[in-house]
Design a protein around this ligand. Structure first.
Ligand SMILES: Cc1cc2nc3c(=O)[nH]c(=O)nc-3n(C[C@H](O)[C@H](O)[C@H](O)COP(=O)(O)OP(=O)(O)OC[C@H]3O[C@@H](n4cnc5c(N)ncnc54)[C@H](O)[C@@H]3O)c2cc1C
Length: 374
């Protein structure tokens, strides 16, 4: 069996890259040891929020470019598959409850304005008019440009799109191993046989650091960062905007009537259990933000693993072997970064200069950093 490109990992990142490459005419295979779109990409909240997340520098620019791509990306997927990914563009409200919170949101608003974005400060009355379910706030900032997407729907749409484009997705594989010399990749071995390919992409999310067969010098450290979440069933429009509070607590309304509450951030290895303490923490924080949620039914709890890197930036582009590329390590922003990752990593694979430099995300920076340290 042969292909131009084999992608390891069928999360949002691997699937979007497969779609992009197939649209550019490549023959692509995607391999997953689990169920496509069902790891972090399924567990996420789907926020597309570079300002609320407090990102800066070139990483902000990367995230912002991806946010700009989203309306067209969603529309293209709809046209290709008939599936609606429920992109919601009504903006984010970031509330403050005390002096420290106020200082925090004013700084975020100032950063956004310096970038030419509209960040409106809201009084207590204006905030409660916009979102009556919130506890009385000191003030809030309204980021009109931020959006959310139903990431589970996005996973289904991307899977349908790649299959429409003729990409074969193999799931539930017992094992996958990169076939490589010390210098270059030759393909991928699986329980079903050897797939010869000049290009192999590691898009295995939180598992990307442990892909078998990758020589030591081409490995990159990736650590799972567990996030627990839950969903409440809310009356129509009880909360209409995503509410993004300090310390990473958020309420994200979905078109299907669920209100997502997230998320914890835990470095506990590959544990995906939902714990009593995790649920307690989420509910305590959510009810502090919006006490009126207390009577809503708790309809779902879950946990997923964000792919974390030592500097919290993704690995995008060529790895330390000829033909070996990485598209992983997106930590808290992989849903947001899905369209831009697909475009830029496809450019790198094709040998084109990407419109945004991938230098800050070069996998090789890991080795450069450890050489400096040693
Ligand atoms: C609770 C939570 C909330 C989040 N909220 C947001 C948010 O609001 N906005 C945002 O932008 N991001 C958010 N994220 C982050 C986002 O979910 C991730 O950055 C993104 O989904 C990573 O996508 P991925 O495709 O790289 O990884 P994954 O979706 O984890 O996919 C990796 C795939 O690789 C497969 N795999 C693993 N090992 C192997 C192997 N050996 N061989 C083959 N396949 C393998 C897995 O089965 C899986 O399908 C959140 C994450 C969590 C956990």
């Amino acid at each position: 069996m042969e292909g131009d490109v084999v992608i390891i990992g069928a999360g949002l990142i691997g699937l979007a890259l497969a779609r992009e490459l197939a649209q550019r005419g490549a023959s692509v295979r995607v391999l997953d040891t689990g169920e496509p779109g069902h790891a972090a990409s399924w567990a996420a909240a789907g926020m597309l929020a570079p300002s609320s997340e407090g990102l800066d520098g070139s990483f902000y620019e990367l995230c912002s470019a991806s946010l700009e791509r989203y309306p067209a990306f969603a529309a293209e997927l709809h046209a290709q598959t008939g599936l609606d990914v429920h992109l919601r563009r009504e903006g984010f409200v970031s509330p403050a409850y005390d002096d420290a919170g106020l200082e925090f949101i004013e700084a975020r608003a100032a950063e956004a304005r310096a970038r030419g974005l509209h960040a409106r400060m809201l009084t207590t009355a204006q905030t409660l008019q916009l979102e009556p379910a919130l506890a009385p706030v000191r003030a809030a900032v309204f980021f009109e440009h931020e959006a959310s997407v139903d990431n589970r729907r996005l996973g289904r749409a991307l899977r349908a799109a790649v299959e429409c484009a003729g990409v074969r997705v193999d799931e539930g594989l017992p094992w996958v191993r990169v076939a490589a010399t010390q210098r270059r990749v030759n393909g991928v071995e699986t329980a079903q046989g050897f797939i010869s390919a000049p290009v192999v992409v590691n898009a295995a999310g939180a598992w990307a650091g442990g892909i078998e067969g990758v020589p030591e010098h081409a490995r990159v450290p990736v650590e799972p960062v567990k996030g627990q979440m839950l969903a409440l069933a809310m009356p129509a429009n009880l909360v209409r905007h995503t509410i993004y509070a300090r310390h990473g607590t958020y309420l994200v309304p979905r078109d299907d009537g669920r209100l997502l509450v997230g998320a914890t951030g835990e470095r506990v290895g590959f544990d995906t259990r939902v714990t009593a303490a995790g649920v307690q923490r989420l509910l305590e924080r959510a009810l502090r933000i919006a006490p009126g949620l207390k009577d809503l039914a708790l309809v779902e709890t879950w946990a997923g693993l964000r792919p974390g890197t030592p500097d919290s930036l993704p690995y995008l582009g060529a790895g330390a072997l000829e033909g070996y590329f990485l598209a992983t390590g997106h930590l808290r922003n992989g849903v947001l970064l899905t369209p831009i990752t697909a475009e830029l990593v496809a450019d790198a694979i094709e040998g084109r200069t990407p419109r945004i430099s991938l230098a800050p995300y070069a996998p090789e920076r890991v080795r450069a950093a450890s050489n400096v340290a040693s």
